[in-house]
Design a protein around this ligand. Structure first.
Ligand code: ES4
Ligand code: ZN
Length: 325
């Protein structure tokens, strides 16, 4: 398999990254201090120690409280900007990044504070040679009404949002819970993607709803499609890409799902490798690619194919695509 350096310099698109998941211990401490927020940790080591989990729920229980340090537009800007600088080091040319407005509006932060900070960072990223776009995610463990409210708040910014996604705890929160709001989003011209997490209860049914009812353009994770040849054929025919996150998987389900990722790659599905929450899983996109290559002996050609897939399923306007591939 190729070297770390080869993987790092390979041009790539990152399509599955939560901006809130890029909160490095150092920045968390800095913002806590700046905003006078008691977080119960004083050193980088203490924050790192708190970043420990072995399941989705134990992860989310650390992830959401950590966001309290994000208060001002400048904080959101800085979070996104720090990520984009790291992405530059990994030769990311295109970043389509998730953000969770409800994780902030639910604790009294204005939608526009969150949005303006993040958006300004994506504009400034052009100076780094990265084109960056925002994907607004609804938190699926909140109500459908809350998602609809968030959608209404986002509408004035419609032209600055690349698409709409769905994340957080999937258990008992199927795509069907949000059909109304996704239907509206589609009518307004938004592109749609959804998390279909690994080995969820009712994974296959959730994937079916995402693909055939909500008509998503991508599946975030989604590797369980490998169990169903009909789904595999459908995603191939419709050029629906999968945004996989092996290191995240290794934390959440104790399995990178490399076998499944490679199986799908070999079947011609447009699978990609991404970092999900790099500050928490201590793995940026090149590390994810390298971890997969190392553990499953991927060939250089397979790594190149994964990087190529990332541009092919990116939401880059057709006329601009040739600048990337
Ligand atoms: C997430 Cl690992 C994971 N799963 C579901 N939702 C998320 N949001 C951020 N990371
Ligand atoms: Zn995710």
């Amino acid at each position: 398999y190729p070297t770390r350096e080869f993987i790092k310099q390979l041009p790539k698109a990152e399509l599955h990254l939560h901006l809130e998941g890029t909160l490095e211990p150092e920045l968390k401490l800095k913002l806590a201090k700046r905003n006078n927020i008691a977080i119960g940790q004083e050193t980088i080591e203490e924050v790192q120690e708190s970043y420990q989990f072995d399941s989705l729920s134990s992860f989310l229980n650390v992830y959401y409280p950590a966001m309290n340090v994000l208060q001002t537009e400048e904080d959101f800007y800085e979070l996104a900007w720090e990520y984009l600088k790291r992405a530059k080091e990994q030769n990311v040319k295109r970043a389509e990044v998730f953000f969770d407005p409800q994780a902030h509006t639910s604790r009294g932060i204005k939608f526009e504070t969150v949005f303006n900070g993040y958006y300004r960072a994506t504009q400034d990223s052009l100076k780094l040679g990265i084109s960056a776009e925002l994907i607004l995610c609804f938190l699926r463990d909140m109500s459908a009404e809350s998602a609809m409210e968030t959608f209404e708040q986002a509408l004035p910014y419609k032209d600055k949002i690349a698409g709409i996604g769905l994340d957080s705890d999937e258990r008992s929160n199927p795509p069907s819970k949000f059909f109304d709001v996704f239907k509206k989003a589609k009518e307004e011209g938004f592109r749609i993607t959804m998390h279909c997490d690994i080995d969820q209860e009712n994974s296959i049914e959730h994937i079916r709803q995402a693909l055939f009812d909500a008509k998503v353009e991508r599946l975030d994770h989604g590797t369980n499609i490998v169990e169903n040849p009909e789904f595999v054929a459908y995603v191939k025919e419709n050029n629906i890409g999968l945004t996989c996150c092996p290191v995240s998987n290794s934390f959440v389900v104790e399995d990178m799902k490399g076998k499944e990722i490679i199986e799908l790659l070999e079947q011609g599905v447009k699978v990609t490798v991404n970092s999900d929450d790099p500050a928490y899983f201590q793995s940026y996109i090149s590390d994810d690619l390298y971890a997969l290559a190392e553990n499953y002996s991927l060939t250089t050609e397979q790594i190149i194919q994964l990087a190529k897939n990332s541009f092919e399923i990116a939401w880059i306007p057709e006329a601009e695509k040739e600048n990337y591939i």
